[in-house]
Design a protein around this ligand. Structure first.
Ligand code: SF4
Length: 708
């Protein structure tokens, strides 16, 4: 049979890029980015789709562990045996310790739209299977990613989700990209829009600790000491307020806490900010004046500012620059775009009566706004029974042992569990500790749907699943069935669609007739929505905060005993707060900037992607390298007071003197030797956290480097 080309959606990540897939005798043999259709694109990871899909490392059948935990010895079993075993173990733990003794953790591999929408809730990623089973302990990668930027900071300030704050790129005169590198976004649509805007005359300012890809293209790179962005934001606010460049009408009518902020930012003089942030005082003043007076200045920020000792507050301070300068929901500023409503009411996953999840006591605002467990508290529950004993864990689409700090702490917890199950596409380090491993499909192997802003499309299965791999959603559905809660999940891909579009069967029909998707009716852009009651469920003017205004002084933060102003805390493990340690570890360590060829710890076993970067690198300034006798390409050891990890030196001017950026993702069992041996999180700190979110301080630590 001749090969056929068909329009498809890339199945490597949830980005949903439109591609053209070539299929020959049921096998995917080629991919290319679709042209002339909305959201067509193909990133380097997408280009390696064949190698990912048909990797010899793919998990192809259910496994039950026969060796010791961590050894990696399993026997193949049938799906029925595996699922029966999991259900039996879960029921046993529930009988002996109560359902709360079971915890789930969902990761980036669980972002597929239909799975997220079936889970629903404030944290769209966390699986709600356990909630249906009576445990409040669904957790997700939100325990260390996105929730500060996407929920805690914007909700406490504007009463909005961070995803509602959208830069109006096409109408901007200046675009500020702060702590983000949109070229590594999945999908990279924002990057494409920024590049197009720059060609059309927009000025790009990149604020980042490193000369990232976007900083390289930017008209101005503002190099900031990692972890001190909050001080820079407060310094900018100081100039804006003292020079009276703020929007007086907006401040008077739509904010609470301005007098307190004016008082607080007085101490953040440009001179002090230069000492704290390494940004020259003149640049602080210029940035403030440019943002306040240009108008039509948009902001692109993301998760980069989350990982410092005042991450949530730093992001709030940045948001306030845009609010106070009248650039919220105006053309060319930061638009307020309510998130897409779910296509249907999410399933009724009942709450576990009166039992709080782990982490709710330590991070009450996190719990109030996400309704999930904070996984950073998981080891304490397993190892100390605090707040109550936890005995079982279900992980799907996550690799916690390569992404959480000091992995030995989680490893000890995993060794002490009575039962653990992992659902994934590849054998992760977590899976080595599991009692049962269940093989899941890539998104090339499933049928579903994909939502885009103003656009909807069905995802059609491109090829049959490899081996016995199954759709993640159906694995949950089949497990739910065995636990007596099968009604919570659609039991087939067809049922998924009929349930999702139950209220709009004609739309489903339209989608089936239009494989390239359907454009949804677009409303005319409306600005200053707060004036017309478009931001509050009660339809009254104002913001959806307790006061109805932009809360510079946050009542939600105050309610939980946090400082209500966006206060700055200088990195606790930093030169100013801990000079003695700085004497031994004189370099600022930043971890976690994304690289193009991997997706966090994924794909470091894929030959085509490894060719792009074979080894984990540490970026250091040529001045620091010279002082230590290190040349570009040398094998080096990065040490913190927690551990030592080997990297390869990338010497140059991408980071400032005194700063180091190291790649993350290493430590997985399938990776090549260089990456496998370099788990950056052996350097990071499990206990040094933002007190509001519980997020680890990944980006403001101290280290030293020497030649290996
Ligand atoms: S961003 Fe994701 S969906 Fe888009 S091409 Fe890359 S891997 Fe595929």
């Amino acid at each position: 049979m001749a090969s056929v080309e068909k329009p498809a959606i890339c199945g490597i990540c949830p980005g949903g890029c439109g591609i053209v897939a070539t299929v020959d005798e049921g096998k995917l043999v080629g991919v290319k980015g679709a042209t002339g259709t909305p959201f067509g694109s193909l990133c380097v990871r997408g280009k390696a789709a064949l190698e990912v899909l048909y990797s010899p490392d793919r998990l192809e059948s259910p496994l039950i562990r026969v060796g010791e935990k961590g050894e990696g010895e399993f026997r193949k079993v049938s799906w029925d045996e595996a699922l029966d075993f999991v259900a039996e173990k879960m029921r046993k733990i529930k009988e002996e310790y109560g359902a709360r003794a079971l915890v789930s953790h969902s990761g980036r591999g669980a972002f597929e739209h239909s799975l997220s929408e079936v889970n629903g809730g404030k944290d769209m990623v966390a699986s709600k299977l356990l909630r249906g089973f009576g445990s409040p302990n669904s957790a997700s990668v939100g325990s260390l990613c996105f929730v500060s930027f996407g929920i805690l900071a914007p909700m406490t300030t504007f009463g909005l989700s961070g995803l509602s704050l959208v830069p109006d790129i096409e109408r901007s005169k200046t675009i500020v990209v702060w702590g983000a590198n949109p070229i590594t976004d999945s999908p990279p649509f924002m990057f494409q829009r920024i590049v197009a805007a720059q060609k059309n005359g927009a000025r790009i300012i990149a604020i980042d600790h490193m000369r990232s890809d976007i900083a390289n293209r930017a008209d101005q790179w503002v190099a900031v000491r990692s972890g001190s962005d909050g001080a820079l934001a407060l310094g900018i606010l100081n100039v804006i307020i003292s020079e009276e460049l703020y929007d007086k009408d907006f401040v008077a009518n739509w904010t609470v806490g301005f007098p307190e902020l004016r008082e607080y930012v007085r101490e953040f003089t440009p001179e002090k900010v230069e000492k704290l942030t390494w940004v020259p005082r003149e640049s602080v003043i210029q940035l403030a004046r440019e943002i306040a007076t240009t108008k039509q200045v948009s902001l692109r920020t993301y998760t980069g500012l989350e990982y410092s000792n005042s991450g949530v507050q730093n992001i709030r301070a940045v948001f306030l620059i845009w609010a106070l300068t009248g650039q919220l929901d105006v053309p060319g500023g930061v638009s307020i775009t309510p998130p897409l409503p779910p296509l249907k009411d999410t399933a009724d996953f009942s709450e576990a009566d009166g039992i709080l999840p782990i982490g709710a006591r330590e991070y009450p605002l996190y719990y109030e706004l996400t309704n999930t467990a904070q996984f950073m508290e998981f080891p304490k529950a397993v190892l100390k029974g605090d707040p109550y004993p936890v005995k079982g864990l279900l992980i799907n689409g996550a690799s916690t042992l390569t992404s959480y700090p000091q992995p030995e702490i989680l490893e000890e917890a995993y060794r002490n569990l009575e039962f653990m199950v992992v659902i994934d596409r590849f054998m992760t380090k977590d899976a080595l500790y599991a009692d049962v491993v269940l093989p899941a499909t890539t998104y090339f192997e499933i049928s579903s749907y994909q939502r885009y802003p103003g656009y909807l499309r069905l995802r059609e299965k491109v090829v049959e699943p490899v081996g016995e791999a199954r759709n993640d959603l159906l694995i949950f559905a089949q497990l739910a069935q065995r636990l007596g809660i099968g009604h919570l999940y659609p039991q087939s891909e067809e049922e998924l669609l009929t349930r999702t579009f139950a209220h709009a069967p004609e739309l489903l029909q339209q989608l089936k007739e239009n494989p390239l998707g359907v454009r949804l009716p677009a409303a005319e852009p409306e600005y200053r929505k707060w004036e017309r009651g478009l931001l509050r469920p009660d339809g009254k003017p104002g913001f959806n905060t307790p006061s109805g205004k932009v809360e510079i002084l946050s009542s939600l933060l105050a309610k939980h005993g946090y400082e209500p102003l966006p206060v700055y805390v200088d990195p606790l493990e930093g030169p100013l707060q801990n000079p003695a340690l700085f004497g031994r570890y004189p370099l600022i360590l930043n971890t976690g900037a994304r690289i193009m060829s991997s997706f966090r710890s994924q794909h470091l076993n894929i030959p085509k992607l490894l060719k792009l970067q074979k080894r984990p690198e540490a970026l250091l300034n040529s001045q620091d390298a010279q002082q230590r006798g290190i040349s570009d390409g040398d094998r080096i050891v990065v040490s913190t007071r927690r551990g030592k990890v080997t990297f390869w030196a990338r010497v140059g001017e991408k980071v400032l003197p005194g700063a180091v950026e190291v790649n993350v993702g290493g430590g997985g069992p399938l990776q090549n030797r260089a990456w496998r041996k370099s788990n950056t999180n052996d350097l990071t700190d499990f206990y040094n956290r933002d007190p509001i979110s519980g997020f680890p301080v990944f980006k403001a630590l101290l280290c030293e480097i020497e030649k290996a």
